[in-house]
Design a protein around this ligand. Structure first.
Ligand SMILES: Nc1ncnc2c1ncn2[C@@H]1O[C@H](COP(=O)(O)OP(=O)(O)OP(=O)(O)O)[C@@H](O)[C@H]1O
Ligand SMILES: [Mg+2]
Length: 320
């Protein structure tokens, strides 16, 4: 069993318009509403790949049935914690040319008792799981150091913990030494304090994170693939070239693939291949944050994974 803590559940509205012009009225060409947030993306992709997964996240009265229906249709055990306020809403506006503009809601401010319920649900599930994933932003009301405290607990239980976060939440979590972190280019650049936009810089950052006690640091680089390392060495996975429809949520699907591989005790080289295939599968489809198993399997042979023999020097710009 894998537990996904994706507390800040969202309602995503995907709207297609002809072109976005600030200050103008726009007519919707097509509109879709679905459950969103990183936890939903990660959990539904893990389930699609065939592993048992439980998602812990917020839910409100207005959206309980929408979320529960989709999660159960996709094979995710959903433990929704009720809140008084409203879930956050996120808007993605896609223009005819393909470009996507996102507007992300702030989300609810949690009361103390709502925070306690969420954490109780989380602990119960995580203690009974093999692998625990902490992903996405924290609902307002929680301290930035919450993931770090949860990483401490998970490490103390002797379980592997995967973290996908940004900013201060990620910085605190790294200090607690989770098994795996998966920053993208922006997140790793902020963490190390200088731009990490290519494979060499990512390899350097990954090596430095290993020295800081992260067993399996992974940096995802969008269309440049991903770099990761563990005790067996460092690897770079490169993508096949595909037609991209919507790459939002590709990092979440990538993480789902890595988690499934870890649950199956696959070596890092194969885990990276599966992660990248999941990311690409998501980017190819219109839906945000979901990869289908058949598509992932068809992409696997086209992902190239190469060993990085000598990580570039750590002298310049290693993380503090
Ligand atoms: N334009 C793209 N074309 C093909 N594959 C992509 C593209 N962008 C991302 N991917 C795939 O998804 C993986 C993760 O991408 P990326 O680094 O952009 O994640 P991210 O920024 O964390 O995404 P998100 O947070 O929106 O889920 C990449 O390693 C790659 O496998
Ligand atoms: Mg991401």
């Amino acid at each position: 069993m894998i537990t996904v803590a994706g507390f800040n559940t969202a309602i995503d509205r995907f709207i297609q318009i002809d072109a976005l012009t600030p200050g103008e009225v726009h007519r919707v060409r097509e509109e879709k509403i679905y459950p969103g947030g990183k936890g939903v993306h990660v959990a539904q992709t893990i389930a699609a790949l065939g592993e048992r997964v439980r998602l812990i996240g917020l839910v409100d009265a207005a959206n309980r049935s929408l979320i529960s229906r989709q999660m159960s249709a996709r094979g995710v055990l959903f433990r929704g914690v009720d809140i008084e306020g409203e879930l956050r809403h996120c808007l993605a506006l896609q223009e005819a040319g393909g470009s996507i503009t996102e507007v992300l809601g702030q989300g609810p401010q949690l009361s103390r008792s709502e925070q306690d319920s969420l954490l109780r649900e989380f602990r119960q599930s995580a203690e009974a799981s093999d692998l625990v994933i902490l992903t996405g932003s924290l609902p307002r009301g929680f301290d930035d150091a919450l993931y770090a405290a949860l990483v401490d607990d998970i490490n103390a239980w002797g379980k592997r913990c995967l973290v996908d976060a940004s900013g201060q939440v990620l910085r605190h979590a790294v200090a607690a030494k989770p098994y795996l972190i998966k920053p993208n280019r922006d997140e790793i650049s902020e963490l190390v304090g200088h731009p990490v936009i290519n494979v060499d810089a990512a390899a350097m950052a990954v090596a430095a994170l290993r020295e800081r006690g992260i067993a399996m640091p992974v940096v995802s680089l969008g269309d440049l693939g991903a770099v990761a390392a563990d005790d067996t060495g460092m690897w770079h996975a490169q993508l096949p070239s595909v037609h991209v429809r919507n790459a939002v949520g590709s990092g979440d699907c990538f993480l789902a693939g890595m988690a499934v591989a870890m649950q199956r005790r696959m070596p890092l080289e194969q885990a990276l291949r599966l992660g990248v295939a999941c990311g690409v599968a998501n980017a190819q489809s219109e839906e945000t944050g979901f990869a289908e198993r058949s598509v992932v399997e068809s992409l696997l042979p086209a992902v190239k994974v190469q060993r990085i023999h000598h990580a570039p020097s750590l002298q310049a710009g290693s993380p503090q």
